[in-house]
Design a protein around this ligand. Sequence first.
Ligand code: TRP
Length: 327
Amino acid sequence: MVRVFSGIQPSGDLQLGNYLGALRRFAREQDDADSIFCIVDLHAITVPQDPVELRARTIQTANLYLASGIDPERATLFVQSHVAAHTELAWLMECTASFGELSRMTQFKEKSDRRDFVSGALFTYPALMAADILLYDTHRVPVGDDQRQHLELTRDVAMRFNSRYGDTFVVPEAAIPKAAARVMDLQTPTNKMSKSADSPQGTVSMLDEPKAIEKKFKRAVTDNDAEVHYDPETKPGVSNLLSILGACTDRDPEVVAGDYTQYGPLKADAAAAVIELLAPVQARFAELAADPDATAELLAISAERAREMAAPVLTRAHEAIGLLPRR
Ligand code: TRP
């Protein structure tokens, strides 16, 4: 079975884009792949975090995955810092990635720009990410376009390690969703919907109340030619509404366009579809949030399973590179 590894920052606040573009698909594909979902708290602390908030967001992120239908019986959902092998392998990855390679990472350049404190770990971040992926003999890594360069680095490091020390790691492939599958910002529809957007009005959170969702769709940016058709190039706003409504109702946006002649009803229907789609997820989330111990227990069981999967790969890597075997 294909092994799929996916890493998610514990931001605690996932968007409609995360749900439609990733979580819903992950839940649907659980039986077709051996899926591992890792909440990457160690990556989060490469920039300063408030400890209380970090803990709360980590649990909240886990709850959003569970509420979306990720079933810990069928998939592995765990917290990165609970499996020590990640940091252990990361050191070997730091020794295999070159300084020049790490210096070329555009995400490092963006994240380090104009900050008064830049941690060393922000620079070596991709080595930890490579460790996350390679520890599980991963075949496929679903990531957004912004992580393409990190994935390339992971592949290069795996191949370099294999050629220096003998076949040790599976070289993973990136699975990057098509542009059409992307949910764009409702206010700036040429940008991907993301928490870091300029205006919160353009972003729909998975936990937004129905009223807030209605309002955001009502105010969504369209254009003035008042014609409904799907063309992301010339009509990014309208096309985004059509893709969202299409994604919610499992139809192609071109087909959805045929039902509308005006923007008003399209916006209202898109809002209603999103509200209906998120309602059961929000209800399940509320139940999970009421019992954080139960989530902690599920995470512990999954972490144990992850430790068992990771251990032989770490041993293989240690031995290949010439570390004295542990007795
Ligand atoms: N760097 C990724 C992001 O910011 C998160 C991540 C960490 C990840 N480790 C991973 C993604 C391994 C995929 C696989 O989104």
